[in-house]
Design a binder for this molecule. Structure first.
Ligand code: TRP
Ligand code: SF4
Length: 325
């Protein structure tokens, strides 16, 4: 069976963007692959070294969401990066063979340098974080890495590092392939990409009433100034959610109603909101259970850490052997 590795920074509670972007994909993959999914808590420090306070709590919140949407610890290994010290050792060894120029030309690096304002990104750790990511991936000899497009350059870099390692020392690592996650970019409440930092997200754990309130306020086609003005669904951010959630009949009804001003935006959105709330209900019930028993979540992680640790120890003894260390 092929191996899959993917990680996520501990961002706390997850939202609909995460659900449709990564999580559903991960849940599907667990039946066809040997999967390792981990909390990339060291990675959080590469961009936010000055605020480590939230990491512990955000890790728990995120893992609760993982479990609630159906990641099953019997079918995948869920673990926490910082618990497996071997990642740091492999990162160090890979850093020896990684030219700085490979890191500097990384498009994601350049983009983040430009876009993440107000953070100190001039560190060694930030420049080198794709090397840490390479260590995360090859530690488990991954064949495939499910990530979004923004992360694809990192997997490409991982492949280059692997080729160099295999050539300079001995070929012990497979070259991992990107498994590109469909980036159906989910719009947030204001029409921009849904993101916690934009404050425009619907969280998976928001109570139904809050989901209703948030989505009722979601941006629509600005042409619909009053109830009498017709609109165009394809210009409406809310309608992108209809397309994910509604039945073909409902989409048809809403599309006609919008173009003829036959329905109002609130009525229109209520049709979609009902589905969102329904989809999240079983998930929220499961999550409430984990909230009552946080020890269980910690135990899941502890068990996953043990499995990852064993695999990492094996890989590292091979690596040390190959390098004569
Ligand atoms: N860098 C990824 C992110 O910011 C998280 C990550 C760390 C990751 N290590 C990984 C993803 C290994 C895939 C595989 O989202
Ligand atoms: Fe969007 Fe529906 Fe309003 Fe049309 S009627 S603009 S599709 S919310």
């Amino acid at each position: 069976m092929e191996t899959i590795v993917s990680g996520a920074r501990p961002t706390g509670r997850l939202h609909l963007g995460h659900l449709h972007g990564a999580l559903k994909n991960w849940v599907r993959l667990q039946s066809g692959y040997r999967c390792f999914f981990f909390v990339a808590d060291w990675h959080a420090l590469t961009t936010d070294y000055a605020s480590p306070e939230g990491i512990e709590q955000n890790t728990l919140e995120m893992v609760m969401d993982w479990l609630s949407v159906g990641l099953d610890p019997k079918r995948c290994v869920l673990f926490r990066q910082s618990r497996i010290k071997e990642h740091a050792e492999l990162h160090l060894l890979l850093s020896m063979i990684t030219p700085v120029s490979w890191l500097e030309r990384n498009p994601t690096y350049k983009e983040q340098m430009r876009e993440l304002e107000g953070r100190d990104l001039s560190t060694y750790g930030f420049l080198g974080y794709p090397v840490l990511q390479a260590a995360d991936i090859i530690m488990y000899k991954a064949n495939k890495v499910p990530v979004g497009v923004d992360q694809a350059p990192h997997v490409e870099l991982t492949r280059e590092i692997v080729r160099r390692f295999n050539q300079v020392y001995r070929p012990i690592f497979p070259e991992p392939e990107v498994l590109l996650t469909e980036t159906q970019k989910l719009p947030g409440l204001d029409g921009r990409k849904m993101s916690k930092s934009y404050n425009n997200a619907v969280f998976l754990s928001d109570p139904p009433k809050e989901i209703d309130q948030k989505l009722s306020r979601m941006m629509t086609d600005p042409a619909r100034v009053t109830r009498k003005d017709p609109g165009e669904p394809l210009k409406c951010p809310a309608f992108q959610l209809h397309q994910i959630y509604c039945t073909p009949d409902e989409i048809d009804y809403v599309t006609k109603g919008c173009r003829t001003a036959g329905i109002g935006c609130l009525e229109c959105k209520k049709i979609m909101i009902k589905h969102v709330v329904e989809e999240l209900a079983p998930f929220q019930e499961k999550r409430a259970g984990y909230e009552r028993r946080p020890a269980e979540v910690k135990e899941v992680l502890a068990a996953g850490n043990r499995v990852a640790q064993e695999q990492a120890a094996q890989t590292m003894s091979e690596v040390r052997n190959v390098l004569g260390l």
